[in-house]
Write a protein that binds this ligand. Structure first.
Ligand SMILES: [Mg+2]
Length: 263
């Protein structure tokens, strides 16, 4: 298949699930071609979702971040691992209680599904991306888990990209709790197919008519493969042509960035 055929196949999809970091922006910098791509999605009346494993921000904060970069989209196009975690926990135990180590994105999502915060005997200890991390909170979390609270991580990322290097992400932040308690956390975000299934339902398009776009083989691409959705790896983020060889599976398509889809 030549490049034009690949682009045509991608353009004919009805549903687009796109990762954000490394696909739409890098830190505070919008990636080339994104404005045109989003304009095209809206003009063609495509169904689209921005799916991110980051659990720090609320949909409204993400909407404002994109607005500052000159891209305007509806608030409900954002789907974060915090929203998926809240939805998952509310299906497991409606109106439960949680002790949270995380930011507004996670705390709001939990309140919105009817959870209340509890640091005495919560059903769950939930950890997400945060800079608000302290020894006291770790100590509390460890003892609540030992008392029977279930340990949940919003996303299994060890690190995340920041403007200057990397920042420890949820899996690194939750590791001390796992070590001290001897319990393993359950992670909801990509590559857990649970996040993809919830996203597909929200998108309302058949998997065959949907494509997932991401910059990571170990989260975005595997999540697509395991949910039987066509995958597009873009090389505008963490992966290069060489990265692909390190994995036992392949993306269906590879392009330089989302701008190339419509160029
Ligand atoms: Mg990414």
């Amino acid at each position: 298949m030549d490049l034009e055929q690949i682009k045509e196949r991608i353009r004919s999809k009805k549903g687009f699930i796109s990762d954000m970091d490394g696909v739409i922006y890098h830190g505070d910098r919008l990636l080339p071609g994104v404005k045109e791509f989003v304009r095209w999605l809206k003009k063609e009346k495509k169904h689209f979702l921005f799916l991110t494993n980051s659990s720090e921000r609320t949909p409204r904060e993400l909407q404002e971040k994109l607005h500052r970069m000159g891209v305007d989209v509806d608030r409900n196009v954002f789907y974060t691992s915090a929203l998926a975690t809240a939805q998952f926990l509310s299906s497991q135990k409606p109106h439960g209680t949680a002790f949270i180590i995380g930011e507004a994105g996670l705390i709001n999502a939990m309140y919105n599904v009817g959870y209340t915060m509890n640091n005495i005997d919560p059903d769950y200890v939930v950890v997400g991306d945060t800079r608000n991390y302290s020894y006291e909170k770790l100590e509390q979390a460890v003892n609540l888990v030992l008392q029977g609270a279930k340990l949940i991580g919003t996303n299994p990322d060890v690190t995340g990209p920041i403007e200057r290097g990397i920042a420890p992400s949820t899996k690194a932040l939750i590791a001390p709790i796992e070590l001290a308690t001897g319990r393993q956390a359950y992670f909801v975000g990509k590559p857990n197919p649970l996040m993809m299934r919830i996203a597909l339902k929200k998108l309302g398009v058949n998997p065959e008519d949907t494509i997932i776009i991401g910059d990571r083989m170990d989260t975005d691409i595997i999540a697509g493969i395991e949910s039987e959705i066509d995958t597009l790896l873009v090389l505008s983020g963490i992966s290069s042509e060489e990265t692909i060889r390190d994995f036992p599976y392949l993306p269906k398509y590879v392009l330089k960035g989302v701008g190339e889809i419509i160029s």
